[in-house]
Design a protein around this ligand. Sequence first.
Ligand code: NAP
Length: 507
Amino acid sequence: MVIAALSGMCFARGRAAVPQSGLRTIIIGAGMAGLLAGIKLKERGETDFVIYEKGSSVGGTWRENTYPGIACDTPAHSYSYSFALNPEWSAFYAPGPEIQAYFERAAQRYGLLDAIRFETEIAECIWREGQWHVRTTDGRSDRAHVLVAATGVLHHPHVPKIPGLETFERPWFHSARWDHSVPLDGKRIGVIGNGSTGVQIISALARRAETLVHFQRSPQWIMPCPDSMYTEADKQVFREDSAKIEAVRNGPEAAARKARFTSAIIDMDSPELAEIQAIVERNLEESVSDPVLREKLRPNYRAACKRMIFSAHYYNAVQEPTVLLENQAIDRVEPTGVRMKDGTFHKLDVLALATGFKVDQFVRPIRMIGEDDLDLDDVWANGPRAYYAVTVPSFPNLCLLNGPTGPVGNFSLVDIAEKQWDYFDQLIDAVRAGRAAGVAPTMAALEAYEAARNKDAMRTVFASGCKSWYLNAHGIPQVWPWSYAHFVDVMAAPREADYRLLQPIVA
Ligand code: NAP
């Protein structure tokens, strides 16, 4: 049974005041997901909301990541709001600045700028008597009935503790903090890391550097992909007929691709994964001519075990005469370069760390206190958990967009966030209607979800024998282990039995 008819539901432990005159919502973050929540609230006529953003502009990850070559390897037409299709995308895979401009336009077009408090960082959120009491780092306070944490997944740069890093006398920075004042052309550049970010950086810089040392700890499988720009004629077709955009997003070809890909990742023994394996192996054989380099680039784990990388350029880039693929272990950073364990020294003018993110933070470091003074840091001491990735027991009226264990990786997070919002929006209807002061999932529902998820996660390709940011400390993938179709299904309507409503305080 769905939650649309909550009136027959029993109230469980917990009391709070029912709002008398409409709900107020606080959204944390003005990236893709926070803007989405604001747009959706406006759409339903709710104007009492505010978006707190610690940066000085919208865009989230697209504002922060400006490294050379940045793009989104999810098709641009899929990486768009379903209600704001964009016929003007310049390419099948859009470059980062264009995506940033898209979200800036969305904030303007949907009239959100007045609702955003820029350069305002949230320090803590405390649930007390039916409201979230929020305090900013500069001491201001606010409160609201509903709290939306749209704080992103890959937000806090991971800077590895490489001995000597602090002693490097030339510029160095993390990929998400790119220093554009540092010259790159004709320089000796080092890039550590070859995840999706490192691969894009290498592809962009190979021809600009005097030498580009690509420090690779583990090789990556590379999926070939089209490098297609949209022509003016293509865009005209999209402008005249949005069904053509819909076809790119959800047409039979896109649906088949999505179904094939999810079948592959959720079952490491599937024929679909074998097919992907054959494609990436062929790509390596056919693209890299030097057998020594080819072997350096060959992973010893299965395709899609780490996040699948789509690139039309990487193998060409690593074969440029300027590029040196270094696959020995780094010993330390010295004032003028990087020393390898075998004694080799690479003199560098600049060092970029494409070393990924701290992936277990989510809404933290914001201090989150739920019912009965529960601290989210304690609740998540063994790792972040959320029911269907969206809600947390004892943290009423809290929505995590792109929270822990949701579909990540090669899905469009825009699409995922839209479906999560629609799910949460239905939950809050009970509070809007005055039938409850708050709504939170039961612990039993979360435990059952986690038990099933952990079990099925071990059948996914992410558990097939590689290290990646998907794995928790016990080697269990912290991802959605089921099909995309199942995600769509469960997000369509919350299950009544999985939620408890907070009994209103009667004055
Ligand atoms: P990542 O996938 O976590 O990759 C980090 C890289 O740094 C890996 O190659 C890792 O090596 C290496 N590394 C980390 N610590 C190191 C150390 N101490 N010494 C040497 N190497 C070290 O990070 P990312 O590339 O930034 O990507 C993160 C995620 O962002 C992606 O999975 C994706 O979800 C998203 N992203 C998406 C796009 C897109 O186009 N849609 C683009 C960029 C990023 P090991 O493999 O050996 O650990």
